[in-house]
Design a protein around this ligand. Sequence first.
Ligand SMILES: [Zn+2]
Length: 321
Amino acid sequence: MKNPVVGKSERRRIDRSVERLLRDLKGVEPPLKMDDVIRQMQLDLQYYQGSDPSNVREVVHSIKVAGKNLLSSRTILGRVIKKLGLKGLLFWDDNRILIDSEQHRAKFKWSKAHECGHKLCEWHQDYLLGDSSTELSLSCHKTIEAEANYAAGQIAFMKDRFVEELMDSSISLASLRSLATTFGNSQTSTLWRMVEEYRGQKSIVGIVSEHPKHPSDEFDALDPCRYVIQSPEFRHRFGTVSEISLFAELNDYCGYQRGGPIGNAEVELIDDNGEPHEFHFESFCYKIKSPEGGHVLQVLTLGVEVAELSVTTSVGSRILH
Ligand SMILES: [Zn+2]
């Protein structure tokens, strides 16, 4: 799935709200503590245990009450719960956030930031608790989730503070690890922000996928990447590069190691005008908790355009074009 685009005006509104929020937190340094943000936003934070069925029933009941017009259909309710994975919920009128206390520490912060993100998008109130004539279609749901994730990213990575540090760093997996530590966020969310916030001329792409040499039983060869994150320049110039062809490149250069760096290579990608371009791809692997309780291997890949491919002239000199 390629990263969805958040509309320009929504982005501006979110940016303004996050700037105000960070200003109100006065002189705060990374890593930002989400509990400070929640306090500043005057939200009430509560926890529930995702593995406790009785607890989950209570949460489901609350959603029905909170959004009875919109969420009365079992199918829609089920879809929303599945989509959210019950990692976090926001009850708009109560200013209350519910967070699954059993998720991985790295995801914990993101779940809180995501729910705060919804709250910063005032227009989400209409969708979450809207009138009965509005259907929460899947595309509408995708849009508001993308907006909440964008807002969450701007909060957790402290907006311009991250962009400044990113543009002072090399665009590499080593920088990714260092930025993840500085800002106290997961490596996956750092990959997203690196690619989307990159302001330079090069095209870059991030990929979150399974291990190409150790696919799980659920692996779908026709939909091989969990996420393909495109920088604005990459989206503009390489829109026709398919997720299948990107994963095939990974499969070519990745080794069988089950953790740490698993390979890197120079990769040629064809732009939308049919021109070849050279990228440096590097991948590393780590274990994540699966929804069933076991572990699965996750691979993060960063692809950075090296230079436009050179051509050799008749006199043997290499010219960049
Ligand atoms: Zn959400």
